[in-house]
Design a protein around this ligand. Structure first.
Ligand SMILES: Nc1ncnc2c1ncn2[C@@H]1O[C@H](COP(=O)(O)OP(=O)(O)OP(=O)(O)O)[C@@H](O)[C@H]1O
Length: 281
């Protein structure tokens, strides 16, 4: 029997983004179907975060189309985008926990900011979300009083506070040991299943990518910088005949992608140009 066709939640077509005369995204196309966990992979500086930031509407493309739930987002007003974002959960490093607030207050933030919910309901939702990530009883501690892995779990609880249909995560396991990484992965899989979410995750961690991903894209480097060089299921990616994909998933230091950075990359990184992550509205 053939698989029932699932709803397309995200459709990216021919996306191009230039910063000055530098093309960082070069004709990216892919779709994400409901229930999928799409992994965006590729070497450092290949444009993964930039792609994610276009999908959540914090950057505008030079050209191309992004449809979310069937609506074109690249031409939306900031207000329309803000409304759409109520359906998103975002678990980003630049959205780190607020140190002055307790764990519970951090999880409550999206509820307080985005909906007029009764405080008693907020408390209940916070307790439920913290229970989902195994942190019942930690609501009154400050982020500095819990471990890095626990902080990542709080970030996840906060991202799903509004029961989003779409979860976006940028490097959700960076800096964690393999056991804590596996814990976060398991939680992400449980949450996406329990809350019927579709997820898009940027990660460098191959073990994690192959554990949680149902679909993957790999962005290229060098001559194929900013292009999708492989796209498919985890098995498709594992069996890709592309030497650059194999170099990447095996973590080999040298191969089709040379070890040396291009001088402009080196200068950009030296000057911290890639740290300019401000919103571009
Ligand atoms: N606002 C910006 N202005 C100029 N260049 C930018 C900007 N944002 C990103 N870039 C450039 O785009 C390239 C891709 O950056 P991006 O952060 O998307 O890469 P990445 O694949 O997520 O990298 P990493 O894995 O190291 O986090 C970098 O070379 C960076 O210099």
């Amino acid at each position: 029997m053939s698989e029932t066709k699932r709803e397309t939640v995200i459709e990216v077509r021919d996306l191009v983004r230039k910063f000055g005369n530098r093309t960082v995204l070069n004709g990216i196309s892919f779709t994400v179907e409901k229930g999928d966990t799409m992994i965006i992979m590729g070497g450092s500086g290949c444009g993964k975060s930039t792609l994610l930031r276009h999908i959540i509407g914090s950057l505008r493309p030079t050209s191309g189309s992004i449809k979310i739930f069937g609506d074109e987002t690249t031409t939306m007003s900031p207000q329309e985008m803000e409304k759409l974002r109520l359906r998103f959960g975002m678990n980003f490093q630049f959205g780190a926990l607020l140190q002055s607030l307790t764990v519970g207050e951090n999880v409550a933030l999206p509820l307080i900011e985005n909906s007029k919910v009764d405080p008693a309901i907020v408390d209940l939702v916070v307790k439920m979300k913290l229970e989902l990530v195994g942190l019942t009883g930690f609501e009154n501690l400050k982020p500095a009083e819990i471990s890095g892995g626990m902080r990542k779990r709080v970030g996840l609880a906060r991202a799903v506070a509004l029961d989003p249909e779409l979860l976006f995560s940028d490097e959700p396991t960076s800096g964690l040991d393999p056991i804590m990484t596996a814990v976060i992965d398991q939680l992400t899989m449980d949450l996406t299943r329990k809350l019927h979410m579709t997820a898009v995750v940027v990660t460098h961690d191959m073990a994690s990518a192959f554990r949680i991903g149902t679909k993957m894209i790999v962005l290229g480097a060098g001559k194929r910088a900013g292009m999708v060089i492989a796209h498919g299921t985890p098995d498709d990616i594992k069996n890709s005949p592309d030497p650059e994909v194999q170099q990447f998933i095996r973590g080999e230091p040298d191969g089709p992608v040379p070890l040396k950075l291009a001088p402009e990359d080196y200068i950009d990184r030296l000057l911290g140009h890639d740290r300019d992550k401000g919103l571009s509205y």
